[in-house]
Design a binder for this molecule. Structure first.
Ligand code: SIN
Length: 329
C-alpha cells in the first residue's frame, strides 16, 4: 500500500539547535547557528518515514542577532509558501531559544494560515552529549504534520511539550526544561513521537487577526523600560529622543515605576507616545487602574507586549483601540 506522507517544510534560522562546541561536554560558550538544516536532518534516523520533508536555510544566526526586519521577511516567506503550495501540511521553524518566544508570538499574529506552524530550538548544541536538538526537531515535525494541531495558532515545541506562542516563555538560562507557560501550562505533550493536544488557545491568532504585513517594510520603534528602585527619567528621555513611538513599562509588581520615570512617561503619553503598563514579574494580569491610565498589558510579558504594540501601531495610535487589542490577542 502506498501511504501518502504529510508534507512538512523546515525553515532554519540558526540558534543552539544548529550550534557547535569544541567538545561533547561543552554546553556553554559554544557557537550558535553553525550547522545547516541539511546537516541537522542528516542526523535523524528514518526521518523519511515521518513526513516528506524539505529544508530551507532562511538564516543561520544566534537569535539575539535577529531584528524586526527578519521577522517581516520570515512572515512574508511563510505567507507566500502557504499560498503557493496548497499541499503543504505544516511548517517547522528552527530558532535560537533566547528570543524564540518573541518570534513565535509575532508570527502568531501575522501568518495567514490555519495549518500548523511550529517553532523549535535546543538548549544543548548539536555537538553536545545528549543534545536535545534531534528529538525536539522530530517532535516539532510530528506536531507540524498533525491534523490535531490545525487551528491552534503558532506553536512552540521543546522538551516533549507543546505550547501556545502567546503563553510560552524561556524561564532558565541553561536547563533543558527551560520553557514554560507559567500561568497556563502546555497545550499538549509528545510521547513516543505522538502529539496529544489537551487545550486550545482562546485569544485570536493567525487568520483571525487584523494585522497585515504584506506591504510593510519596517515596524514602528517600541522599547521596554524596566522599573527598579531609584529609576530616574534618563532612560525614558533617551528613548523618546531616539524616536520611540511606543514604550512598554516592565514595572515592579502590578506595573509600577518610581515617580521621576512615571512623570516623563505620563508627559510623553499626553503628547501621543503610546505607553503600555506591564509587569516585570513574569506572571499575572495588569488591568487599567485609573481613568486616563496607560494602556494595560493584560498578562503579556513585556517582550510580547512590545510585539503586539509594534503591530498595533501599524493600524492605529488610539489608546482605546490599542487597549482592546490587548484584550483580544
Ligand atoms: C540563541 O538563542 O541563538 C542561542 C541560545 C539558544 O538557542 O538556546
Amino acid at each position: 500500500m502506498n501511504i501518502q506522507l504529510p508534507k512538512v517544510r523546515i525553515l532554519a534560522t540558526g540558534g543552539t539547535i544548529a550550534g557547535q562546541g569544541n567538545s561533547p561536554l561543552q554546553t556553554m560558550g559554544y557557537k550558535a547557528g553553525q550547522l545547516s538544516i541539511a546537516e541537522l536532518l542528516s542526523t535523524i534516523p528514518s526521518i523519511e518515514n515521518i513526513a516528506t520533508i524539505s529544508g530551507e536555510q532562511f538564516a543561520n544566526l544566534p537569535s539575539s542577532d535577529l531584528t524586526p526586519t527578519h521577522w517581516l521577511k520570515l512572515a512574508k516567506r511563510i505567507n507566500t509558501m502557504f499560498t503557493e503550495e496548497n499541499d503543504l501540511d505544516g511548517l517547522v521553524i528552527t530558532h535560537g531559544t533566547d528570543t524564540l518566544e518573541e518570534s513565535a508570538y509575532f508570527l502568531n499574529l501575522v501568518v495567514k494560515t490555519e495549518k500548523p506552524v511550529v517553532l523549535v530550538g535546543a538548549m544543548r548544541p548539536a555537538t553536545a552529549l545528549s543534545s536535545d536538538g534531534p528529538m525536539n526537531l522530530v517532535n516539532a515535525i510530528r506536531v507540524a504534520a498533525s491534523k490535531h494541531a490545525v487551528g491552534l495558532g503558532v506553536l512552540v515545541v521543546m522538551n516533549d511539550e507543546i505550547y501556545a506562542s502567546r503563553d510560552v516563555t524561556k524561564t532558565n538560562a541553561n536547563r533543558l526544561d527551560t520553557f514554560g507557560a507559567l500561568d497556563f501550562g502546555t497545550v499538549g505533550t509528545i510521547d513516543n513521537g505522538n502529539p496529544e493536544i489537551y487545550y486550545r488557545p482562546t485569544r485570536r491568532h493567525t487568520v483571525h487577526t487584523a494585522f497585515d504585513i504584506t506591504l510593510l517594510q519596517e515596524l514602528p520603534r517600541v522599547d521596554i523600560v524596566l522599573g527598579y528602585v531609584g529609576a530616574d527619567e534618563v532612560l525614558v528621555t533617551a528613548l523618546l529622543g531616539a524616536g520611540a513611538k511606543g514604550i512598554i513599562l516592565a514595572g515592579t509588581g502590578a506595573g509600577h515605576i518610581s515617580p521621576p520615570a512615571e512623570r516623563v512617561l505620563r508627559e510623553a503619553y499626553q503628547k501621543g507616545t503610546v505607553i503600555v503598563r506591564g509587569s516585570r514579574t513574569g506572571t499575572g494580569r495588569i488591568l487599567p487602574q485609573l481613568p486616563h491610565d496607560f494602556i494595560a498589558a493584560d498578562n503579556l510579558s513585556p517582550q510580547k507586549a512590545r510585539v503586539l504594540l509594534m503591530l498595533a501601531l501599524t493600524l492605529t495610535q488610539d489608546p482605546a483601540k490599542i487597549q482592546e487589542m490587548f484584550f483580544t490577542y
